[in-house]
Write a protein that binds this ligand. Structure first.
Ligand SMILES: [Zn+2]
Length: 466
């Protein structure tokens, strides 16, 4: 079964046909580097890490470009708050991002273009758009320091605006609360070049001093690094509209050819329970999560659901992932597997794994094959099957640590801890049944002192860490 990928543009799965046989160009919208990366970012970049690893396994080379937005409103605001230059802020958080991504075992991009290094290319693109009647300079409302207005893209002039979302301009407008801006001919028109405001970074252009809009950055960097048309453009679910719709309008409007053949979007990561959402907001940083969990546990947690489905972020689901990963490592430890075992693609679990991955990267089904393999290993004690398990895990950069070391680190504290908690909960339940409320309260308080919060519900008592 050849690889098929779900294309947001066609809303269907289709076979991958690289422009250059044996090699794929992949552009993924990267970070705006004003803060630490959170687990939502980890989810996005993990999805495209998995995609690349499977393409490599199929013998397809990947040129991976992940851009850096180092100029925008948030960068300007944060740098001013911190009393540092925008460049220093960017450098600092790019460094943290690289550390976090390395801890998650993510592949390093072939190119990591920074927006501020591509301003001339952005200006060329805007020029072309204006020549083609797709861009106009606003004459009122947005005039900056130099008295010249923003340059906007005229969405009504681009026939295919909305094709990625599958909506017309009017439908898109109805679905969004679009602010009325007198400088725009249509409320959905978006800015290509923002006229300079005092004390903001600015570059000269024939529309006056200013700085680029967000989408033009990606259009310019993608074409510059991968060509006018490339194979796969990826991003988070919230980028379909307006960001990617705008990239398409700009690039295709200027160049007259498709920007990307396949558009891939991963699902969202949502904070799964209210308590967690309250304490963490929507932003559990990767570094905080790494203080608590091994990078491979987080990796496994993020790869278990299909990349297009939504992930609920709860500690109990990460715990589940940890315990499941321990099961696989236990099968490896007890049977012994070589460090770099050869993989037999004719073996039935490997075939299931491969068929699942070729079906739009169906990792839940692929990983299920690993668990069946582990069950068989536990029964047969076969070192060959253990080798097969490790080799298949290795495709997704899993199961490559020394099993004994991994299990010692990942199991002991947590599991004895968990067992102790469950034990105390049952002690408390018995006390309550016996109407010994004093004892029940004492147990609750003892757990609370250890940071464990109990919740009594219809289905019994559950617990979570505070
Ligand atoms: Zn982008």
């Amino acid at each position: 079964m050849p690889l098929e990928i779900y294309n947001t543009l066609s809303r269907s799965k289709q076979p991958l046909r690289p422009i250059e046989p044996g090699r794929v160009g992949l552009y993924v919208c990267g970070m705006t580097v004003y803060d630490y990366c959170h687990l939502g970012h980890a989810r996005l970049f993990m999805a495209f890490d998995m995609v690349q690893r499977w393409l490599h396994t199929l013998g397809i080379g990947v040129t991976y470009v992940r851009n850096i937005t180092d100029i925008d409103d948030k960068m300007i605001k944060r740098a001013a708050e911190n009393g540092e230059t925008i460049g220093a802020l960017a450098d600092r958080f790019i460094g943290y991002m690289h550390e976090d991504f390395a801890a998650l075992g993510l592949l390093v991009p072939d190119s990591e273009p920074r927006a501020t290094h591509y301003v001339p290319q952005m200006l060329d693109l805007i020029d072309l758009l204006q020549q083609k009647g797709l861009a106009y300079q606003a004459d009122d409302g947005s005039a900056g320091e130099t008295g010249q207005g923003d340059v906007n893209f005229a969405v009504r002039k681009f026939l295919n605006y909305g094709k990625l979302s599958g909506k017309s301009i009017d439908e898109l407008r109805a679905g969004e609360r679009v602010a009325i801006d007198r400088s725009k001919r249509d409320p959905l028109d978006f800015v290509l070049w923002k006229s300079a405001k005092p004390a903001e970074p600015q570059w000269p252009s024939h529309w006056g001093l200013g700085r680029p809009g967000w989408a033009i950055e990606c259009s310019a960097m993608a074409s510059e690094t991968l060509g006018k048309t490339f194979d796969i453009h990826g991003g988070g679910p919230d980028l379909v509209f307006p960001h990617h719709e705008n990239e398409i309008a700009q690039s295709e409007g200027a160049n007259g050819v498709p920007l990307a053949n396949v558009w891939m979007h991963c699902g969202a990561l949502r904070v799964g329970d209210e308590k967690m959402s309250k304490s963490l907001g929507n932003s559990w940083t990767i570094r905080d999560a790494l203080k608590k969990y091994d990078g491979e546990v987080l990796r496994f947690f993020l790869l278990r659901p299909h990349y297009r489905s939504q992930i609920a972020l709860t500690e109990s689901l990460i715990e589940e992932a940890r315990i499941a990963l321990n099961r696989l490592y236990t099968a490896l430890r007890d049977t012994g597997a070589e460090d770099r075992p050869p993989l037999d693609w004719n073996e039935s679990h490997a075939r299931r794994f491969s068929d699942a991955m070729n079906d739009d990267f169906n990792t839940p089904v692929a990983l299920a094959a690993l668990f069946d393999l582990a069950t068989e290993i536990n029964r047969s004690r076969s070192p060959q099957l253990a080798g097969q398990l490790r080799a298949l895990g290795g495709i997704l950069n899993l199961l490559q640590q020394d099993p004994t070391t991994f299990l010692r680190r990942s199991s002991s504290d947590h599991d004895s801890d968990t067992t102790g908690i469950e034990l105390l909960i049952s002690v408390r339940a018995t006390a309550k049944k016996e109407k010994n409320y004093e004892e029940a309260d004492r147990v609750r308080k003892a757990l609370l002192d250890k940071g464990i919060v109990l919740e009594d519900g219809a289905g019994g008592t559950t617990w979570r860490r505070r």
